[in-house]
Every structure is written in C-alpha cells, then in structure tokens.
Design a protein around this ligand. Structure first.
Ligand code: FES
Ligand code: FES
Length: 165
C-alpha cells in the first residue's frame, strides 16, 4: 500500500493506506482524531468538515492521495487549550445539543471569521449553509459566531502596571 505524509494540526504523520481512502477515515482510524464525524459520506451534511490550507473541506470526499502537502486543521488543532473564540462562545451560549455536527460548523465558522472578523447574519448563513444540524441549533450557532467575533475583538489584557504611591 502507498505511504503518505500528511500535515495535520501542524504535525507530520506518515500513514500507509489505499490511495482512495477518504481523508476522514485516515483522520479517525489512523490518527485517532475523531472530532470530524461521518454523516452522509457524499458531501451533503458538513459533519466531516476540516480545513485544508484554511479552506473548509469535506473530508469524506477527499481521497488521501489528493491531500499532498496541504495543511490540514481539525477541531483538535484549532486552539491548544480549546479556547478559540468560537469555542469560548459555544460554551458561553451553550450552543451544541447532541454535538455531532458542531466540529464541522466551528471549522467553517473559523474560516469565515478569518476572512470577515465582523460577519453579518447573511455572511454566517452563507458560510454555514452546507452544514446540517438535526438538533436545529441554527439560531444559537449564529449567535455564537457573533459572540466569537466580539470575543476575538477584545483587547488581550496583559499584567497590570504597578501604581506608584
Ligand atoms: S459526511 Fe462529509 S459531508 Fe456528510
Ligand atoms: S447539535 Fe445535534 S446535529 Fe447539530
């Protein structure tokens, strides 16, 4: 079987799999990254979404042989402590219900926020329109993206300066 070297979450991984194996199964079965989910397998639900060089990509449709040297980002690599503004907002607003679709939703939302730090409702709806949520959390997802934009815009607070008497 051919061997591929993949760049996933800023680490290089070597895998030996058939060329037509979807990236989703390589991530889940070979690398143990199970955040990306199998929903439909035909590009219709968005549950398997990861980023490829920053672009939301359906990993169920992409054969491992098509990944090449691209940087793959999964939900596990979005932030070292799981504190990306979207993850903070999701927690604050209690966005997920069953959670199945949420990793994909967040990776598409993260790509949107990079391009549009202050997205409108229409921007959010357009970016996430290919993501199905059987729990119908759409309203909270939209609110979560707006909240994440606010969090990301907040100045990072550093150590306070000592005040001289
Ligand atoms: S599992 Fe890939 S789009 Fe549904
Ligand atoms: S939270 Fe259950 S499918 Fe979206």
């Amino acid at each position: 079987m051919p061997r591929y070297t993949l760049n996933v979450n800023q680490k290089r991984h070597s895998v030996e799999v058939a060329a037509d194996t979807p990236l989703l199964w390589v991530l889940r079965d070979q690398l143990g990254l199970v955040g990306a989910k199998y929903g439909c397998g035909v590009g219709q639900c968005g549950a398997c979404t990861v980023q490829l060089n920053g672009a939301p990509t359906r990993s169920c449709l992409l054969p491992v042989s098509g990944v090449g040297s691209a940087q793959v980002l999964t939900i596990e690599g979005l932030h070292p402590q799981g504190r990306h503004p979207l993850q903070q907002a999701w927690e604050e607003l209690d966005v997920p219900q069953c959670g199945y679709c949420q990793a994909g939703q967040i990776l598409s939302a993260a790509a949107l926020l990079k391009q549009r730090p202050k997205p409108t409702d229409a921007d959010i709806d357009a970016a996430l329109s290919g993501h199905l949520c059987r729990c119908a959390t759409y309203t909270r997802i939209r609110a979560g993206v707006h909240r994440a934009a606010e969090i990301a815009a907040q100045p990072v607070s550093g150590p306070k300066k000592a005040v001289k008497a």
